[in-house]
Design a protein around this ligand. Structure first.
Ligand SMILES: [Zn+2]
Length: 198
């Protein structure tokens, strides 16, 4: 598996994506044989680099690496849901479809977040990078009308447990893996590598 593992990168120039380098990499085949050594087939290992556009959600992922949790709020005075705050980040209001306003809810999260419910997963799908078992937590906030799915990085989850966000502020991935939760009172020394309280 030592073949070219340099993968493509993307820049933006004049408002367009400019991909550079390989976006699909082929690895050597291996033979599949039966107990008698008869050839039955081959493996075809491939890897692909997918270009994932964040669009209007980009500020959310940029914020995580800066220790900020961003939500959005409907500010349309003609909307029955005016003032509703959404986390996960919704670009548009689901009621009036107008563009929402981005709001920083880091302090609300630090002071009011608690576990609404949780789920412990012993088995995962392909490409999981989280240590198992994964302690998924549904995090509830005061004054926010949605519940955020996350993962508890320290301790055992309990319903109602107060939690605080932690952020991968050191070498962020710009994905949701830059945000985890820990019980209130967790010591900074217990946090996973690269994470801080923001
Ligand atoms: Zn609305």
């Amino acid at each position: 598996m030592s073949r070219n593992t340099v993968r493509g990168t993307v820049k933006v120039a004049d408002g367009r994506y400019k991909p550079n380098g390989p976006f699909s990499v082929i690895y050597p085949n291996t033979a599949i044989r039966n107990e008698e050594g008869v050839l039955l087939g081959v493996t075809n290992p491939r890897d692909m680099t997918y270009i994932h556009s964040y669009g209007g959600e980009a500020p959310f992922f940029e914020g995580l690496g800066q220790g900020k949790l961003l939500g959005t709020r409907c500010d349309n005075s003609d909307c029955a849901a005016q003032g509703s705050v959404f986390v996960p980040f919704r670009i548009h209001c689901p009621d009036c479809l107008k563009k929402n306003t981005i709001v920083d809810i880091t302090e609300i999260a630090k002071t009011t977040a608690h576990v609404h419910t949780f789920m412990i997963t012993e088995r995962t799908g392909a490409f999981n990078t989280l240590p198992k078992p994964i302690r998924f937590v549904n995090v509830e906030f005061e004054g926010i009308c949605t519940i955020l799915m996350g993962s508890l990085a320290v301790g055992e989850p309990k319903i109602g447990m107060k939690v605080v966000p932690i952020f991968r502020t050191n070498d962020p991935t710009y994905t949701i893996l830059d945000l985890f939760w820990v019980p209130v009172g967790t010591d900074e020394a217990e946090l996973p590598e690269g994470f801080t309280f923001g």
